[in-house]
Design a protein around this ligand. Structure first.
Ligand SMILES: Cc1cc2nc3c(=O)[nH]c(=O)nc-3n(C[C@H](O)[C@H](O)[C@H](O)COP(=O)(O)OP(=O)(O)OC[C@H]3O[C@@H](n4cnc5c(N)ncnc54)[C@H](O)[C@@H]3O)c2cc1C
Length: 149
């Protein structure tokens, strides 16, 4: 007789696997993950940029902003607990043209409204000091951004 499961999840990318993990951790019965490929994370989850997003860009108060912020910290914790290589290395958003300076200002306000309290504006000199290969008029340093393998 074929095995029976309480929940079947179709797709072994990060969303399917995270869902399966959450169900197992909450003892919500037996779970099977069905994956069409011969390995997990064969599509988007294995071919992305590996950025742990800060939540800088999303509309404050939106569900995306909330889940990105909470998910960011959950992912850092998960990386530590499971020994998954990751770095909270920060990133810099760069304005290269004068008309982008106002947008950088808006982005900073949006980031602060999303709880990013350690944002820092960089002038062109400070920008070059932090990232010698980057030339720009100004930058916005976002400490919470990271990368994960
Ligand atoms: C170029 C690029 C860069 C990105 N960079 C980042 C980044 O830096 N940071 C970030 O957070 N996000 C990034 N993303 C987004 C992120 O990769 C996706 O949001 C995430 O991987 C989606 O996961 P998923 O599980 O929904 O999809 P997938 O990883 O695509 O998983 C879906 C799985 O379902 C399987 N499947 C589909 N149909 C069936 C079926 N009928 N039966 C069985 N299995 C099936 C597929 O084989 C696949 O394995 C990036 C995306 C892209 C494209």
């Amino acid at each position: 007789m074929s095995p029976r499961y309480d929940v079947a999840i179709v797709g072994g990318g990060i969303v399917g696997l995270a869902t399966a993990l959450a169900l197992v951790q909450r003892s919500r019965g037996s779970v099977v993950v069905l994956e069409a490929e011969g390995r997990l994370a064969a599509h988007q989850s294995g071919h992305n940029s590996g950025v742990i997003h800060s939540g800088l860009y999303y509309k404050p108060g939106s569900l995306k902003a909330q889940t990105c912020t909470a998910g960011r910290e959950a992912l850092y914790r998960f990386g530590l607990e499971e020994g998954i290589p990751h770095r909270r290395c920060g990133k810099v958003v760069v304005a290269t043209r004068p008309e982008q300076l106002a947008l950088l200002e808006l982005l900073e306000q949006r980031g602060r409204a999303n709880g990013l309290q350690r944002l820092r504006r960089l002038g062109s000199e400070a920008l070059r000091e932090r990232e010698p290969e980057v030339a720009g008029l100004a930058g916005l340093w976002v400490e919470e951004t990271g990368v994960v393998d």
